[in-house]
Design a protein around this ligand. Structure first.
Ligand code: NDP
Length: 286
């Protein structure tokens, strides 16, 4: 039987509607609108679209967005000073610095300049450390979205075998930690993994975060598995495909996410959720 499609668009819309309700309730009680500042340096068209979409999503959910579009010539010192200003601005509860930054700016220095208490993307080492401890404050948005999508199947992660393909700091590693904290038995695979298909075939849950078009094929998937495709790859004709060979894998998996319309929309929803949670903590610190 063909897999059930985990519809990221529909799921994200329902999460965003719930966030909008909570934002209004929170605003009624506290007079505060959760504020998200997005900082874009340079004129990368894809980054500009991401930032614009995040701003629109903020407005629709009743959050307060601020957008900073800086020229690519912006110095590291000036960017650092802007981050400090935002760190001290009580209207702002989440700060996101759109990556990549121009080459003359050290991303690590800027990301670590963001207050860990406003780190809506969850990239600050403090928040990564809290995630390792199993007591996360801000969790990176894409990994948080991945877990939400697995939860939406109604299947427990506890005791299940999970394989994460990819070990990046922004996707693979945090996804693996979140699965482990939900009591899955987790294997992390990467470019040096031997016999990756055999490892994948053991998995009840497969998360692909590789960046290689249609890399995960049906012979790598166990019958009935949950398959979450994080990859976004642009083909020569301009269309987008994931890391999973969707059509044949769909015939074998139990649940599968499409690309586009899968993990991508959830990432923005989780950014809004992180900002709302941060605003709530600003009045009742936990
Ligand atoms: P990275 O390039 O940082 O990491 C890719 C990982 O894949 C690495 O760990 C690499 O292994 C592993 N890998 C590469 N080739 C192979 C191979 N042949 N076999 C096994 N593993 C391999 O990518 P990201 O984690 O940043 O992103 C992954 C994908 O997810 C991309 O397509 C990206 O566009 C997408 N993405 C989507 C988001 C969304 O919102 N939907 C958000 C973020 C990313 P090694 O470490 O050994 O090099």
């Amino acid at each position: 039987m063909a897999a059930q499609i985990i519809d990221g668009k529909a799921l994200a819309l329902s999460v965003r509607a719930e966030i909008a309700r909570e934002v209004e309730q929170f605003h009624e009680h506290s007079g505060i609108r959760p504020g998200l500042a997005a900082v874009l340096v340079g004129d990368d068209p894809a980054s500009a679209i991401y930032v614009r979409n995040k701003k629109i999503a903020c407005e629709k959910a009743g959050l307060y967005p601020e957008e900073y579009k800086l020229p690519s010539s912006t110095s590291q010192e000036d960017l650092y000073a802007l981050i400090q200003k935002l760190n001290n601005d009580p209207k702002i509860h989440g700060i996101l610095v759109q990556l990549p930054l121009p080459n003359h700016i050290e991303s690590k220095i800027i990301l670590e300049a963001v207050s860990p208490h406003k780190d809506a993307d969850g990239f600050h080492p403090y928040n990564v450390g809290r995630l390792v401890e199993g007591d996360p404050v801000f969790t990176a948005c894409t990994p948080k979205g991945v877990i939400h999508m697995i939860e939406s199947t109604g299947q427990s992660m506890s005791g299940k075998r999970a394989v994460v393909i990819g070990r990046s700091n922004i996707v693979g590693k945090p996804v693996a930690l979140l699965l482990m904290h939900r009591h899955a038995t987790v294997t992390v695979c990467h470019s040096r993994t031997q016999d990756l298909p055999a490892v994948c075939r053991e998995a009840d849950i497969v998360v692909a975060a590789i960046g290689r078009a249609q890399f995960v094929t049906a012979d790598m998937i166990k019958e009935g598995a949950i398959v979450i495709d994080v990859g976004i790859n642009r083909r020569e004709d301009g269309s987008l495909v994931g890391d999973v060979d969707f059509e044949p894998v769909k015939e074998k998996a139990g649940w599968i996410t499409p690309v586009p319309g899968g993990v991508g929309p959830m990432t923005i929803a989780m950014l809004l959720q992180n900002t709302l949670e941060s605003a709530k903590r600003s009045v009742t610190p936990s």
